[in-house]
Design a protein around this ligand. Structure first.
Ligand code: AMO
Length: 437
């Protein structure tokens, strides 16, 4: 497609184009003035290319524009491609015209070239500039491949993409982390998860998925929690928790393959290509009881019934020596009301967490599809079935057995990029302290 502002991207400029006139547009990445020769590194979404200005050869008005240019200014350049052994990538541009499209102020609040280190708060305060750094460009290209691969595999497996409301009437994942919303004088909440809607949709479409925001008023300030995150959710009728674990394995395996194929350069930019996750298939499954026994055998202080904290999972991951594993059959008391109890032991559920080394990436379960059992579980958790009537009533008219999972996209991105904090892999993260930018 022909556009007004450029004929080529930086990456397209190769020595073979020697002598051609091209038009480029982008940002002033670096300026270097050596007197007789002046260099400008121009950056666009594909990388950088060098412009060379030579005293006595380059027209004087172009040299004057160069002198006034500041870093991160936006320019359009018409110039001649020159093959040159001395230039980066063996090619440079001799400008014939430079048009300044937007002159940047000085000084810059963060360095885009990556030479000057800034802490994460400074970077997030200046996020739009920070996102121009090549590491961030790599992270969000990997995210793009990830989203594409997830959609591709789920569609191949017969799921359709749906979008559910984010302003809702009641809690699904426990009440404490709800964000209240004043909804025309009534009480409403931001959705913690699409849980109830995806279950209802499974009774209409059998297999659905959603990639959308989830909101949780997270008090805890950790590298793994945000108050708004993107949740990848599936729900499938006529599947149980074992089936949807298989779906998850297929999806994650496909994502890993796709990134290896399409984002090798990005993994190199992030110096992560050697540490990129490897999946042993089928993924190991251990029960919650086995996990507790293993931890106790290794003198880790934990009792049956307790949740597995991050330190407990760290220990477990070390002992198991697996990158990916499932912990299955969790105690009923640790799971939400909609989780199906096991047929032979109602103190345990048909549920799982999907863990990478020690980080929970996803969780899921078989769901209860019988109204009376659902009501019993609501009451058992201290909830009033009356408040869930808008959900429960649909169980009167043909709710199939179903199962599903929810996966935190930002946590998945940590293991796909090597980043250590979910704030690094979210464009504009939201946490207790941060509402802007
Ligand atoms: P759960 O509450 O375990 O399950 O959430 C699913 C996954 O979402 C991610 N996650 C978070 N990511 C970032 N910040 C947070 N505050 C945060 N909270 C959760 C985690 C987690 O594994 N409805 C069920 C899923 C299901 O059974 O289908 C649910 O929401 O990666």
């Amino acid at each position: 497609m022909k556009i007004t502002y450029k004929t080529h991207f930086a990456r397209d400029i190769k020595a073979e184009l020697n002598g051609y006139v091209v038009i480029l547009a982008g940002w002033v990445h670096i300026k270097r003035d050596l007197g007789g020769k002046k260099f400008l590194i121009l950056r666009d979404k594909t990388g950088t290319v060098q412009l060379i200005l030579t005293k006595g050869k380059t027209p004087q008005h172009i040299i004057e524009i160069f002198n006034k240019l500041t870093r991160e200014s936006v320019i359009k350049v018409k110039g001649v491609v020159k093959a040159s052994a001395k230039a980066p990538r063996g090619v440079e541009i001799e400008p014939l015209e430079i048009e300044v499209l937007s002159l940047a102020k000085t000084p810059l609040p963060v360095d885009v070239t990556g030479k000057v280190h800034a802490d994460i708060d400074t970077r997030l305060n200046n996020r739009v500039l920070d996102l121009r750094r090549k590491e961030n460009q790599a992270i969000f290209r990997i995210q793009d491949t990830t989203l594409k691969a997830i959609r591709e595999k789920l569609r191949e497996l017969g799921f359709i993409e749906v979008l559910t409301p984010k302003i809702i009437a009641s809690a699904t994942e426990g009440g404490a982390q709800l964000f209240p919303v004043l909804y025309f004088g009534r009480e409403a909440f931001l959705a913690q998860s699409p849980q109830l809607y995806k279950e209802l949709l499974a009774s209409a479409f059998e297999r659905v998925f959603e990639i959308g925001p989830a909101f949780r008023a997270e008090e805890s300030d950790t590298p793994y929690h945000l108050s708004e995150f993107i949740s990848v959710d599936i729900e499938a009728a006529f599947m149980n928790y074992l089936d949807v674990m298989n779906v998850l394995e297929e999806v994650i395996y496909h994502v890993l393959m796709k990134i290896r194929k399409e984002n090798m350069e990005d993994l190199k930019i992030l110096k992560y290509e050697e540490h990129f996750p490897k999946m042993r298939r089928p993924i190991k499954k251990i029960t919650y009881n086995e996990a507790i026994n293993i931890l106790q055998e290794h003198k880790y202080p934990i009792e049956k019934g307790e949740d597995l904290s991050t330190p407990a999972l760290r220990k477990l991951g070390e002992i198991l020596d697996e990158e990916f594993y499932f912990v299955i059959d969790w105690p009923t008391s640790t799971r939400p009301f909609y989780t199906m109890p096991k047929r032979d032991n109602e103190e345990r559920t048909e549920s799982f967490d999907f863990v990478y080394k020690w980080l929970e990436i996803a969780s899921g379960s078989t769901r209860i599809h019988e109204r009376s059992l659902l009501e019993k579980q609501l009451i058992r958790q201290g909830l009033d079935p009356k408040n869930f009537e808008y959900f429960l009533k649909w169980f009167n008219w043909g709710m199939p057995p179903h199962a599903g999972w929810g996966l935190g996209l930002s946590r998945l991105m940590l293991i796909l990029t090597g980043a250590k904090n979910v704030r690094e892999v979210v464009l504009f993260p939201r946490d207790k302290k941060r509402l802007i930018p």
